[in-house]
Design a protein around this ligand. Structure first.
Ligand code: NAX
Length: 325
């Protein structure tokens, strides 16, 4: 069966890095034909058409059609997977309330369009920032879609954490298992080495505590800013890669004996208020994310998780006050 994948912000830089990989089969696997639906704002439609021309020119065997629209009701019609990438970035002097309001104006209507028009098995990944709270806005505008279908991306943070630890210990990332990003996709996120394992040993015991606290955590949490500083533009190919990883694992399952990180609606696990879209250690089974249960949380980790979750609570309260959820 052909899977319809809707990508918003399709003419942006993540879109450009993402669409070719979806069309080549990397999102869903080599046996699944895909149809792409590109949603953009009206002034960017022409650029989206240019990208579609290039997609045509790849003659991808799995690509079964491309639609382009500036109308969410059309773009999400029959969608099985929605990657919500387009968002309103924070510009100089913009207050948090303004940022949340502007994104509410995007993610509310998109959530409603998903509610009214998407396929019954719709899966949504929000990439556009503030990703967790944008996902919450979209989810609350889609009461007929199971809440668990709305997720936000912390896989890029997860992959950054794997890479930083692998480099530190001079091991390939394939040796590292059970990495976790907790909380918000923001500078408060908590990359956890107390449950991560390297060749079966606890990662936190293989590195100096000072490195873990003063180098590893801030390097992972502030990597986005470091990329902007170096590249003069925000992460694009690595963000697209993480979106591919997230959806691929969601659909195909996570490997036995390992887990990954994704921001999904909390069921109250680990003291995270129910309903908040927060990052957890997760496995994917039978097409569903499940939070890994029973991990012991030490005082240091507790404090970090609580701080990031508090930020999510504050964002949720702010969008509630603005009438966006
Ligand atoms: P770009 O500015 O290159 O592209 C965004 C695109 O979205 C533009 O083409 C714009 O026309 C479109 N757009 C705006 N409003 C829209 C709407 N209502 N409907 C459809 N399209 C709309 O940004 P890009 O670098 O692609 O980044 C996109 C988003 O990803 C940003 O919000 C960014 O902050 C976020 N990121 C999230 C990451 C994560 O790990 N969760 C990491 C990378 C990235 O920073």
């Amino acid at each position: 069966m052909t899977v319809k994948v809707t990508v918003t912000g399709a003419a942006g830089q993540i879109g450009y890095a993402l669409l070719f990989r979806i069309a080549s089969g990397q999102l869903l696997g080599p046996d699944t034909p895909v149809k792409l639906s590109l949603l953009e704002i009206t002034p960017a439609l022409k650029a989206a058409e240019g990208t579609a021309m290039e997609l045509d020119d790849c003659a991808f065997p799995l690509l079964r059609g491309i639609e382009i629209s500036d109308d969410p009701n059309k773009a999400f019609d029959g969608a099985n997977v929605a990657l919500l990438v387009g968002a309103r970035p924070r510009t100089a002097g913009m207050e948090r309330g303004d940022l949340l309001q502007a994104n509410g104006g995007i993610f509310g209507p998109q959530g409603r369009a998903i509610n009214d028009h998407a396929a019954d098995d719709i899966r949504v990944l929000v990439v556009g920032n503030p990703a967790n709270t944008n996902a919450l806005i979209a989810q609350s505008a889609a009461p007929d879609v199971p809440a668990e279908r709305f997720t936000a991306m912390t896989r890029l943070d997860h992959n950054r954490a794997l890479s930083q630890l692998g480099t530190k210990l001079n091991v390939p990332v394939t040796e590292i298992k059970k990495m976790t990003i907790w909380g918000n996709h923001s500078a408060t996120q908590y990359p956890d080495l107390y449950h991560a394992e390297v060749a079966g040993k606890v990662a936190a015991e293989l590195v100096e505590e000072a490195w873990l606290r003063d180098t590893f955590i801030p390097t992972v949490a502030k990597r986005g800013a470091a990329i902007i500083e170096a590249r003069g533009a925000s992460s694009a190919a690595s963000a697209a890669n993480a979106a591919i990883d997230h959806v691929y694992d969601w659909v195909n399952g996570t490997p036995e004996g390992d887990w990954t990180s994704a921001a999904i609606p909390s069921d109250g696990s680990y003291g995270v208020p129910e309903g908040l879209i927060s990052s957890f250690p997760v496995v994917s089974k039978n097409g569903k994310w499940e939070i890994v249960q029973g991990l012991e949380i030490d005082a240091f980790s507790r404090e970090r998780i609580d701080a990031s979750v508090q930020e999510l609570v504050d964002e949720r309260d702010a969008v509630k006050e603005l009438g966006l959820i």
